[in-house]
Design a protein around this ligand. Structure first.
Ligand code: F0G
Length: 361
């Protein structure tokens, strides 16, 4: 991997020759990509295999969206855009607003009213996003977002814009570059289905280029209340505490199904309880704090293993990568609500009192 004095240059400069973006596109970067791939002793033990966590919350705005956004905003600016628009459950809008700020163009954000976390709303606003709250869900917002881009001089940067997938596929490159080959299994959450499509694109490209000997089986997970890909039909009123993946009609439906089929993978639904429990277990066992939606891949692995069937056994002796998509600080309200009740003990500023409260004496 090339770099400048050991400094990661952002994914466009690191991987430019592998990205299908116009020649000469100037990189608008916040240094995204190059995220940690951390071995999970806990999950390696649970599966009897080797399990690695790709920590995408380490991106500049705290989610994997920055990979797609550096590409989408760079190309939009190269093509002369002065304003960009997206629909979002919160992370895309946070990322778009940051990269638009860096580029000096206007970000317009459409979000489902009352359904995005306060931290993500703060990110969009602080970066100067024009936030429009919509009475409706993400799918309604995406319809409006497409309509605005068709009728007004604003560029659409949702993942229906293929340039987004070009940026996001670099996560697969990084995994193969780090492990020396593609993993046997790749697990991740699915919402609008752009990310699974991008990962698959990246893995196939690396295999075709001879940089990997294989492609992984893609296993993707949705929240039970928002599981159109599992059910095989759109969900009109999606509901889940994992608000980032509260989506009923994913835009990249066909691409995600193609990735599943070509890789021999599958989609599976998980309860909110399973997802939130996996979030807490990952934080306590591995020291990695992710937002609820991001824990779906971990919850999926635990669910697969609990089944004790052929799928459970398949992980033994194999290499599995799980993408955790966004940082836990993205939604501390849900985290505190479920696990972190702030203790109702206050002590005087005294060592003995602190020791007693900590159970040390
Ligand atoms: N995890 C997180 C934290 C997300 O924010 C998203 C999507 C996903 C997983 C699912 O990825 O849509 O590519 O299948 N968030 C979008 C947004 C919809 O607006 O921030 P996907």
């Amino acid at each position: 991997m090339t770099s400048t004095n050991g400094q990661w240059r952002g994914l466009i400069e690191e991987y430019r020759e592998l990205l299908d973006i116009p020649a000469g596109t100037p990189a608008i970067t916040l240094g995204e990509g190059g995220t940690p791939l951390v071995r999970s002793e806990w999950l390696s033990g649970v599966t009897g295999g080797e399990v690695w966590i790709k920590v995408e919350g380490a991106n500049p705005t705290g989610s994997f969206k920055d990979r797609g956004m550096t590409a989408a905003i760079s190309v939009a600016v190269h093509e002369g855009a002065k304003a960009v628009v997206c629909a979002s459950t919160g992370n895309t809008s946070a990322s778009m607003a940051a990269y638009a700020a860096k580029a000096g163009i206007s970000p317009i954000v459409l979000v489902p009213d009352g359904k995005i976390s306060a931290s993500k709303m703060a990110q969009a606003l602080v970066h100067g996003g024009q936030v429009i709250r919509v009475r409706g869900n993400f799918d309604d917002c995406l319809r409006l977002s497409r309509g605005l881009a068709e009728n007004y001089p604003v560029a659409l940067v949702n993942s229906v814009n293929p340039v987004r997938l070009e940026g996001q596929k670099t996560a697969s490159f990084e995994i193969v570059d780090r492990l020396g080959d593609a993993p046997d299994f790749h697990l991740l959450p699915v919402g609008n289905a752009g990310n699974i499509s991008a990962y698959w694109l990246g893995y196939v490209q690396y295999k075709d280029a001879g940089r990997a000997t294989k492609t992984p089986v893609m296993r993707a997970f949705q929240a039970a209340g928002a599981a159109p890909l599992v059910l095989g039909h759109p969900v009109e009123n999606p509901e889940t505490r994992a608000t980032a993946i509260r989506i009923g009609n994913p835009a990249s439906w066909k691409l995600a199904e193609a990735a599943r089929d070509a890789s021999g993978g599958r989609f599976k639904a998980l309860s909110d309880e399973q997802i939130l429990s996996a979030q807490a277990q990952l934080a306590r066992n591995d020291g990695i704090f992710v937002e609820p939606a991001s824990a779906a891949g971990v919850a999926g692995l635990l669910d697969d293993v609990a089944a004790g069937d052929e799928i459970a056994k398949a992980y033994a002796g194999k290499v599995t990568v799980i993408t955790v998509t966004g940082h836990g600080l993205k939604d501390t309200i849900t985290a505190l609500e479920f696990f972190g009740e702030i203790p109702d003990i206050v002590v005087d500023a005294d060592i003995d009192a602190a020791a007693a409260a900590a159970g040390l004496i």
